[in-house]
Design a binder for this molecule. Structure first.
Ligand code: FES
Length: 191
């Protein structure tokens, strides 16, 4: 009898420790991400606004979310983009990831001041975001069919294509950037 009670207490203790670890790990991991500055933003879109669905989630399993692993990768062909004087230019012919809606690439390095998430949305337009959740600066992923992007962590902060927070742990909106397409090149304006 006493042995059973001890076993039960032990199990409860393990479960509580596990969730305490998660509560602790989210902000701590987030602090290790790149420190981001503030940038003004707006979006160019000529198509009608789509209705976001904050209930849909990007496909991240529990452990991926615990570790803050985003689904979006850097482009396979890193030569598809360059950064100069506040402008990112993405060659859309080389960036095959953006050839279909809900495709996305993560741009980092090459002296970029911030991480950038570029997606081709459900509206078929291109959108660029500072790739940093307003809650703990983790990376974002598009949510297929929802017209949103979502933090890859357990907090699941979700934002529409205008960067407006819709759901999740974050309290604030995220930064988006102007984009335009010129001769099969996507130009993202950071300044
Ligand atoms: S970092 Fe916590 S919800 Fe995004």
């Amino acid at each position: 009898m006493i042995k059973n009670i001890c076993k039960r207490q032990y199990s409860v203790l393990i479960i509580l420790s596990f969730f305490s670890l998660f509560i602790f790990i989210d902000p701590v991991f987030s602090q290790t991400e790149t420190n981001m500055g503030d940038t003004t933003s707006s979006e160019i879109s000529t198509k009608p606004e789509i209705k976001p669905n904050p209930d849909k989630s990007s496909k991240r399993n529990f452990f991926q979310r615990m570790l803050g692993k985003s689904a979006t990768k850097p482009p396979e062909d890193e030569s598809c983009w360059e950064y100069s004087d506040g402008l990112i230019t993405v060659d859309l012919i080389k960036a095959s990831e953006l050839s279909e809606s809900d495709g996305s690439i993560s741009l980092e390095g090459k002296n970029l001041p911030d991480r950038i998430l570029v997606i081709r949305g459900d509206d078929n337009d291109y959108h660029a975001f500072k790739n940093s959740c307003a809650h703990g600066k983790r990376r974002l992923d598009p949510v297929p069919g929802a017209g949103t992007v979502q933090c890859c962590s357990m907090g699941k902060s979700t934002y529409d294509y205008h960067g407006k927070r819709l759901a999740g742990a974050a309290k604030d909106d995220i930064v988006i950037y102007d984009v335009k397409v010129e001769d099969s090149k996507l130009v993202i304006v950071l300044k």
